[in-house]
Design a protein around this ligand. Structure first.
Ligand SMILES: C[S@@+](CC[C@H](N)C(=O)[O-])C[C@H]1O[C@@H](n2cnc3c(N)ncnc32)[C@H](O)[C@@H]1O
Length: 266
């Protein structure tokens, strides 16, 4: 399972939930509202993970069929328990075990930048969608207003310049509007469009923000796990000083994903 062998990047479903699932959950409905799909359509959710986007599809779009694909057995088991009626299968975005033109929508939430061969992943999404159907996805705005990670890496860089090796704001240039539209054009998708999907992220206090970085799941937590205790503590203290904190200790950050959609030509 190619890219998934970036061992343990996605680790445990619970750690993912605390670090990212709770924010991913807020973005999926905005994305689906933007798509405005009619009921009864066939959906493929590529890189479905623990099922945030699949759950949104099941609740908001009354799908006729919903298939989720992910390389992680643990994530698929979690997704299946949350979205009864959907099919969840092990697979790789670069080589989908799905028929040509079998779906109205192929979608993906927060996955594209993790694929080693993004063009192959998009080509596969386009292949499994019927002419006139939609390929659409979203990714975090790592370089801009995904402030949970942006704030972390901006502070980490001041303590440890080597942190940039893990910074998706640097490593994932695809996660900006023009590169996303260009990747869709290159995959042969017509009329690619992008939109900003914005939600607020409220943390009850510093520990609520910081603790998920210690869970080992995702790029920044992986980086944290690679550090000695004193470097990690210096980054934590730097962040504590710099994060915008209200009088009651609450920390309020912006969270942006970029959505992109295109049509499979007839
Ligand atoms: C950030 S998670 C997003 C999960 C879910 N879509 C969501 O929005 O919460 C990224 C997902 O991509 C999956 N993934 C990684 N490499 C993949 C590949 N080659 N093919 C399909 N999925 C992959 C991971 O297993 C993980 O579930």
């Amino acid at each position: 399972m190619s890219s998934f062998s970036r061992t343990g990047l996605w680790g445990a479903a619970d750690a993912y939930e605390r670090y990212m699932g709770r924010w991913s959950r807020g973005v999926a409905p905005l994305f689906l509202d933007w798509l405005g799909a009619p009921p009864g359509r066939a959906w493929a959710d590529i890189g479905c993970g623990t099922g945030e986007l699949s759950l949104g599809i099941a609740r908001r779009c009354a799908p006729g069929r919903l298939v989720g694909i992910d390389p992680s057995r643990a994530f698929l088991d979690r997704a299946a328990s949350r979205v009864p009626g959907a099919e969840f299968r092990e697979g790789d975005a670069a080589l989908l075990d799905l028929p040509d033109a079998g779906f109205d929508y192929a979608v993906s939430g927060l996955v594209l930048n993790f694929l080693p061969d993004k063009a192959a992943g998009l080509a596969e999404m386009a292949r499994v969608v019927r002419p006139g159907g939609t390929v659409a996805l979203y990714v975090w705005d790592y370089a801009g207003h995904m402030q949970i990670m942006r704030r972390f890496f901006d502070a980490a860089r001041l303590v440890d310049p080597a942190s940039s090796a893990y910074d998706d704001g640097i490593n994932a240039p695809i996660c900006r509007p023009e590169p996303l539209r260009e990747a869709f054009r290159a995959a042969g998708l017509a009329a690619p469009e992008t939109t900003a999907l914005d939600i607020p992220a409220a943390f009850a206090g510093f520990d609520d923000y910081w603790e998920p970085f210690l869970g080992g799941t995702g790029s920044a937590p992986k980086y944290c796990a690679s550090l000695d205790e004193s470097t990690r503590d210096r980054i934590r203290d730097m962040l504590r000083e710099r994060l915008p904190t209200g009088p009651d200790g609450e920390i309020l950050l912006a969270v942006r994903a970029w959505g992109v959609r295109g049509t499979v030509p007839g």
